[in-house]
Design a protein around this ligand. Sequence first.
Ligand code: LP5
Length: 238
Amino acid sequence: MRILFISDLHLHSGRSDLTRALLHFLATTAKDCDQLYILGDLFEAWIGDDFIPDDLQPVIDALKTLSNNGCQIFFQHGNRDFLIGERFAQLTGVQLLQDSVVISLASGPTLLMHGDQLCTDDVEYQALRQQLRSPEWQNALLAQSIPERLEMAKQLRMASKTHTANKSAEIMDVNPHAVEQAMSEANCQLLIHGHTHRPAVHQLNDGKQRIVLGDWDKSGWYLEASEQGEQLIKFDLQ
Ligand code: LP5
């Protein structure tokens, strides 16, 4: 089995280079893989499956092609694209995952998360997350017009930028106790997540490991898992 993991591409109209890089990745590196896991923030801001920007349609088509060719694609929501839903899943062939999922790798049972829920020191963000993830709030939001939602997303991004500029790097990283608790509740020796944009392989107590995927910006990142183990790979964006 060859299994790939990516996250935090933050695709949007202003970064057509990232969209091109993903299309290249799907057509080359991912072409023959058995499974592809997208652990959130594939998009910079997703306001609902009823609004797919024209320049992102090739991404939908490429995911569909890959899944039609036999690759199982799984998607976990991030803090930017938590409104991805069933229509997106149908259009792309991806399977939507819960926020916390255990899968089996050669190294053993492995916990997958976007990672934002582990940043428990960021109390303001966790309060916002609770609101943004509530079904009532999401239903009310999705009932609004597309221009209204686009404006709300813009306001939220602006507010977030202002807040993150004033937060310490430690607050915006995962909390070690939250990691420990999540891994022990899931009974996993390995955790794979994204969100923090701090790609690394962390050796934890008792032989446990935490692998952090990288965001795509100047370089791209993916994790490859096979019978030989896991390898975190950085590559030049084409
Ligand atoms: O995203 P990132 O990495 O920069 O920062 C995150 C946390 N911020 C967020 C907010 C997102 O960036 C906004 C995403 C918008 C796209 C989704 C649109 C769909 C719904 C919109 C309408 C259809 O996730 C940031 C964390 C950081 O990660 C590190 O973990 O710190 O959290 C914050 O900055 C939250 C602030 O601390 C509190 C914000 C209060 C916001 C007040 C609301 C303003 C009113 C907006 C009108 C709706």
